[in-house]
Design a protein around this ligand. Structure first.
Ligand SMILES: Cc1cc2nc3c(=O)[nH]c(=O)nc-3n(C[C@H](O)[C@H](O)[C@H](O)COP(=O)(O)OP(=O)(O)OC[C@H]3O[C@@H](n4cnc5c(N)ncnc54)[C@H](O)[C@@H]3O)c2cc1C
Length: 401
C-alpha cells in the first residue's frame, strides 16, 4: 500500500485547511446560536469563494462541474473538511446529495440526469433520501410499508418516513417504496424520484434531535406520502432494484463519512491538546503536566491514527480489488471510526470541564450531533453481526492448531 500524497493533492489540502481556519471556523459561533436559514446568505458567499478557488464539488464528475477527485484523494479532502460542521456543505460535497448524485449519475435516464444533475452538483438545489420508516426497523429495511402503486402513467405513493435528512427546502426526494410485493425480499422495493412539490408530499415536521430540530439543510424530516403522485418515468434504475442501487451507494459513501469523522477527531484532539497546554490548574502547573491527561492524549492520538489507517486501507481495497471483496473492511471501519470519534470528542470535552458543556467551543455541538454516527448508515451492531458471520464462515471446517 502506498498512501503517498501527490503534490496536486497537497496543494488542495493546504488551500482547504486555510479556508476552514480563516473562513469557516469563525462562522461557527453564529452557526451554533442562530436559526440555520438566517445564515444561508453568508454560507452562499463562502460557496462562491470556493467556486472561485476551483475547489467546488471535489468528488463529483468534471462533466457536471465537479473536480473529479478519486476515492483516496476525496477521502483526504473529506478529512480536511470534517474539521468544521460547515465544511462539506460549503464545498458542495455534503450528504445526502453526494450519494444521490452518485446514483443519479450511475442509474438515471438521460432525461433524469439532464434535469437534476447540473443544478444539484452546482448547489442550486438540494435533495434528500427517504427510506427509513417510523414504525419499522431501519436496520432491516426490507420490512417496508411504503408502497408505490401504478395508476395510469403514474406511481401513487403512500407511507410514512422519518429521518429524511435535509428534506426541509429540498427540491426532490429519492424515495424507497415497495413496487413488487410478490418478489423476493430484496427485489420488492424501487427508488423513485419525488419532487417535494408533488401533490401528497407532506413534510410533517423537522424532528427534534438532541434538543434541536434545526431547519433547511441542517434538519431531519418526517414525511407523510399521502396518495403522492409522480410520473412512472421518475423510477430510478430498474423496478424492484432499490436495494441493488442502495448497495452501490455504500462503499465510497462510507469512506467519505468515516474520513469526515476522522476530521472531527482531529479538531477535537487539537482543542484538547491546546486546552491541556494552556489551562492552569495550580500555581505554575498546567493541566498537560498531569499524567492522566497525557495518557488520554497518547491514547487518542493512537486511536485516531489506527482508525485513519483503517479507512485509507479500506479505500485502497475498494480501488484495487473492488467493493464486494472489501465488504469486511467497509463494515469494520463503520463501527471502529464512529466509536473512536465518540471517545475522542468525550475526552476533549472532559478536558475542557464546564467550558466543554457550553457552546463556546464546537465540542458540545459535535457531542450532540455525532452520537448518531453509531446509528445511521447501519447501526454498529448490524455491521458487527454481519462481519462476524462472514469471518466465522471462513472458519467452517478449518483446522486451527
Ligand atoms: C441523524 C440521523 C440521520 C439519518 N438520516 C437518514 C436519511 O437521510 N434517510 C433515511 O432513510 N434514514 C436516515 N436515518 C435513519 C437510519 O438509517 C436508521 O435510524 C438506522 O438504520 C436504524 O434504524 P432504526 O432507527 O429503525 O433502529 P432499529 O432498526 O429499530 O434498531 C434499533 C437498535 O437495535 C439494534 N439492532 C438492530 N438490528 C440488530 C441486529 N441485527 N443485531 C443486533 N442489534 C441490532 C441496534 O443497536 C440498533 O441501534 C438517519 C438516522 C439518524 C439518527
Amino acid at each position: 500500500m502506498d498512501f503517498t500524497i501527490s503534490d496536486k493533492t497537497k496543494t488542495i489540502l493546504g488551500m482547504i485547511d486555510e479556508f476552514v481556519d480563516n473562513e469557516l471556523i469563525p462562522m461557527e459561533p453564529e452557526f451554533m446560536a442562530k436559526p440555520a436559514r438566517s445564515l444561508l446568505p453568508a454560507i452562499e458567499e463562502k460557496r462562491k469563494m470556493v467556486k472561485q478557488m476551483e475547489l467546488w464539488a471535489p468528488n463529483h464528475p468534471k462533466e457536471y462541474g465537479g473536480m473529479g477527485l478519486d476515492l483516496i484523494e476525496h477521502a483526504l479532502v473529506s478529512e480536511a473538511l470534517g474539521r468544521s460542521p460547515l465544511g462539506h456543505f460549503v464545498f458542495g460535497c455534503q450528504a445526502p446529495d453526494a450519494g444521490n448524485i452518485e446514483i443519479l449519475h450511475q442509474f438515471g435516464t438521460d432525461e433524469q440526469k439532464d434535469r437534476y444533475l447540473p443544478p444539484l452538483v452546482d448547489g442550486k438545489i438540494r435533495s434528500c433520501f427517504s427510506m427509513t420508516e417510523v414504525e419499522l426497523p431501519g436496520s432491516n429495511p426490507v420490512m417496508m410499508d411504503t408502497t408505490a402503486v401504478k395508476d395510469g402513467d403514474d406511481y401513487v405513493i403512500n407511507g410514512q418516513k422519518w429521518y429524511t435528512s435535509s428534506a426541509d427546502g429540498a427540491a426532490f426526494a429519492i424515495v424507497m417504496a415497495v413496487t413488487n410485493p410478490g418478489a423476493g425480499p430484496y427485489l420488492q422495493a424501487s427508488m423513485i424520484i419525488v419532487p417535494t412539490d408533488a401533490p401528497g408530499f407532506n413534510l410533517v415536521r423537522n424532528i427534534p434531535v438532541m434538543g434541536h430540530a434545526g431547519e433547511d439543510y441542517f434538519s431531519h424530516g418526517e414525511i407523510l406520502y399521502q396518495n403522492c403522485r409522480v410520473p412512472q418515468k421518475n423510477l430510478l434504475g430498474e423496478e424492484g432494484h432499490g436495494f441493488v442501487i442502495a448497495q452501490e451507494r455504500l462503499g465510497p459513501g462510507r469512506i467519505h463519512h468515516c474520513m469526515r469523522w476522522i476530521g472531527i477527531c482531529n479538531r477535537a484532539f487539537d482543542l484538547m491538546a491546546a486546552r491541556a497546554r494552556d489551562r492552569i490548574i495550580a500555581p505554575n502547573r498546567k493541566l498537560a503536566a498531569k499524567q492522566i491527561i497525557q495518557s488520554w492524549i497518547a491514547e487518542c492520538a493512537a486511536d485516531i491514527q489506527a482508525a485513519r489507517l483503517m479507512v485509507l486501507h479500506a479505500a485502497w481495497m475498494i480501488e484495487t480489488i473492488g467493493k464486494k471483496e472489501a465488504r469486511n473492511e467497509i463494515s469494520l471501519i463503520k463501527f471502529v471510526v464512529a466509536n473512536t470519534m465518540q471517545k475522542v470528542i468525550d475526552r476533549a470535552l472532559q478536558v475542557h470541564g464546564g467550558l466543554g458543556m457550553t457552546d463556546d467551543t464546537v465540542l458540545a455541538f459535535f457531542y450532540r450531533h455525532e452520537r448518531a454516527a453509531r446509528i445511521y448508515d447501519g447501526a454498529d451492531e448490524v455491521h458487527k453481526v454481519s462481519v462476524a458471520k462472514r469471518i466465522l464462515k471462513g472458519y467452517e471446517g478449518k483446522k486451527v492448531r
